[in-house]
Design a protein around this ligand. Structure first.
Ligand SMILES: [Zn+2]
Length: 373
């Protein structure tokens, strides 16, 4: 697996690589192998990366010096000859601060290790707009940094709204942020590398990095107070022309339907947003409400599935809603696309549960700082 932001892809086709760039790239290759496939011997690493043994030994020594990698001894099953020493990533070598701003009126965060395991958590109300909201987030991040028990790798933030690939919040009306250089401002205030992405994009990075997401084509749809999606295709997070790839919550699926938060009418979001689903279920029967919403979701997904030949659509949200929605949407997609598009295609609930966004924010930092995904 090799997720990168398009602007920072080490495997990007360049005619000339600077020496420092190629060293960084080779380090990323080794770390990626150890991250995705577990411990390996130096010889295994040389074989799988195509690097020379000298280069591998040299880089492994550097990574051991930094504490990111450790020697683990020999595998138990090898008893003849000189056994190779395995090296592996040290999950607690560094910690990451992850922050989720996607829940209304709240900022939630955690300190996590390199494998996305939560070490400490915090949450507080998020009142205020604009500069005041930024100050709350900055102070909250500083508080979490103090709770880290290991050296920090960086800070990852999932923001609502539209966010550029370099961490500028272009538009987040709920927080009163417009063209806010959140990543750069946090980096300056906290003196730590900082990464910011839209919450749906963050969640899809989490699913891809830690949830076994499909490498060829993965779309994650977040179903909460709103509906948004993130897409990873061929290992790359899609941003689109205006950083708004995946914004399909406001597709009009019923011209005469309910009014939507965007000012439009009958948007997909008016059928899927959790508060609306709960309200309809309370007034009717769960199975009928879910069947209708799932069919509309499936009909909206089908052209995307057919166009991109996606492997998976992952639904993230309350399990009692997203599991039956996934089943109905899969059925509708199957009815509307060619068999070849539906072959091995699945719609499923996220395995990461409520922590998907925080874990994804961890993935942003891992990708940015270590080239690992
Ligand atoms: Zn709308």
């Amino acid at each position: 697996m090799s997720w990168r932001t398009p602007t920072d892809r080490p495997h990007r086709d360049r005619t000339k690589l600077h020496r420092a760039d190629s060293r960084r790239h080779h380090r990323s290759m080794l770390l990626q192998h150890l991250f995705a496939d577990g411990p390996a011997s130096r010889a295994d690493l040389a074989r799988s990366t195509g690097l020379t043994r000298v280069t591998v030994s040299d880089l492994v020594a550097e990574l051991i010096d930094e504490g990111l990698v450790a020697e683990l001894g020999a595998p138990a099953e090898i008893r003849v000859g000189k056994p190779p020493t395995l090296v592996g990533l040290v999950p607690d070598a560094k910690q990451i601060v992850a922050i989720d701003l996607s829940v209304d009126d709240q900022v939630a965060g955690a300190v996590l290790n390199l494998t996305g395991e939560v070490v400490a958590r915090a949450a507080r109300p998020l009142e205020g707009h604009g500069e005041a909201a930024f100050e709350v987030v900055r102070d909250f991040a500083a508080g979490l940094i103090e709770r880290a028990t290991r050296p920090l790798l960086g800070v990852g933030v999932a923001s609502p709204g539209v966010v550029s690939p370099d961490g500028v919040v272009l538009d987040a009306p709920n927080l009163g942020w417009h063209d806010l250089a959140l990543a750069a401002d946090l980096q300056a205030a906290l003196d730590q590398p900082a990464y910011v992405a839209n919450d749906a994009n963050t969640a899809v990075v989490g699913e891809y990095t830690f949830g076994g997401g499909d490498e060829a084509g993965l779309m994650l749809l977040r179903i909460s107070t709103g509906v948004g999606a993130g897409l990873v295709l061929g290992g790359t997070l899609l941003h689109g022309r205006g950083s708004a790839a995946g914004e399909l919550g406001h597709l009009r699926v019923d011209p005469g339907g309910e009014e939507c938060a965007c000012g439009g009418r009958g948007c997909l979001e008016t059928f899927l947003a959790v508060p609306r689903l709960r309200r309809r279920i309370a007034a009717g029967t769960q199975s009928a409400v879910i069947a209708d919403a799932g069919r509309r979701l499936g009909a909206a997904l089908a052209p995307v599935v057919a166009t991109l030949n996606l492997g998976e659509v992952v639904l993230s949200g309350p399990l009692d809603l997203v599991e039956p929605l996934a089943r109905q949407a899969a059925k509708t997609v199957a009815e509307q696309v060619m068999p070849v598009s539906n072959e091995q295609f699945v719609v499923r609930a996220s395995k990461l549960g409520d922590d998907g966004v925080l874990v994804g924010a961890t993935g942003l930092v891992l990708a940015g700082e270590l080239g690992v995904s």
